[in-house]
Design a protein around this ligand. Sequence first.
Ligand code: GSH
Length: 226
Amino acid sequence: MTPSIKLTYFDFEGIGEQIRLALLLSGTPYEDDRVSFSEWDALKPMFPFGQLPVVTVDGGPMHAQSNSILRWVGREFSQTLYPASEALEIDEAIGLVQDLADSWMPCFFVNYAPDKYGHAKGFHTTEPGKKVVEAVRSKWLGNELPRFAGYLIGLIEKNGGGMWLTSPNGPTIADCKLIPLLRSFTLGFYDHIPPNCLDKYPELVEYIQRFCALEPIQGRYVDGVH
Ligand SMILES: N[C@@H](CCC(=O)N[C@@H](CS)C(=O)NCC(=O)O)C(=O)O
């Protein structure tokens, strides 16, 4: 019997969305618990590692770390999302998607918590700070995005039969991890990252559209590349 699953994350796509997508594709019912930023400061100490997402199963303890939860969903609730026979390819692709996410992190934090990088708090709101944010993001757009787009398209062509990231047979948890990350760059949410930034990679645009056309996902998104 399927246990009672509660997934807690913020009320946006982010790294919680990859787990929601895997739950949807596996047809697993779950409680989609969304925390607002206004309540977060008060709630943060109650969560393991002070971060989201977390999952609870049958009212048991909370478990954190998005990649672990994603693998758990793929393993426990699906024959096709994370089959043992394809684990090496899937984990390889997950590692690559994580590298892309990590490459973006300085671009995100320089405009959110610049003190992480040795700047003064609030630096991003100053004129010199705004120039740094623009420079860091433009550099990422010119160097890192094309590099990773090439790697991802290579995997889709080599392992995924031109269809998916790791297998021609259907999406896996690696695709669930990649889709929200790619979509985040097309939402117009980030300054200096134009929503059409993936247009020069039609293979990736078609890949996102293919995923969003899957029956459990259809109609889920109304903005970004979909
Ligand atoms: N390695 C963790 C990272 C979790 C993480 O960075 N969560 C962010 C949201 S994407 C968070 O909770 N931020 C709020 C905070 O740190 O106070 C995972 O993959 O789950």
